[in-house]
Design a protein around this ligand. Sequence first.
Ligand SMILES: [Zn+2]
Length: 174
Amino acid sequence: MSVYMEKAIELAKEAGAEGEVPVGAVVVRRSAGEIIGVGRNRRELAKNALAHAEIEAIDDACRRLGGWRLPDCAVYVTLEPCPMCCGAIINARIDEVFFGAYDPKSGSAVTVQRMFELPYNYRPAVTGGLMEEECSRLLSEFFRSLREKKRREKEIFAAEEKFSEKSLDKRIIL
Ligand SMILES: [Zn+2]
């Protein structure tokens, strides 16, 4: 259990409610135990490939602290960071990364590659699987309902096609 991951989950749920893949992130100033940046996935709404939860949270924290370095900070994110977000975490000099669900497709902290172990100038510590079950469930439920929606749309489309075919047949007979 972590109050910070709980906040990230809350943000992920907000993203999901907006039709985005539910991912949320917070940046925490460790010594103060204070959340200084929040973000959620806004890729669809922003129509922007950069609008990942971690990028938004880091952006928010940099604005709030008035600098590009985020020392004494940790990031809590519901899904394992992708290569872009791992890069942003390194660039912001964030000390520690906690993530919930592992991402077999683009997780770059430990799954597809271990970016924080590469010989860059800065190496954050990483802990995966924090509140993993809850974070994974959010994602699998989102994708299930998306598939469900697509299936229903297909059925409606097929029914409409049938209907228009029938009316076309009638017109020909008439
Ligand atoms: Zn990312």
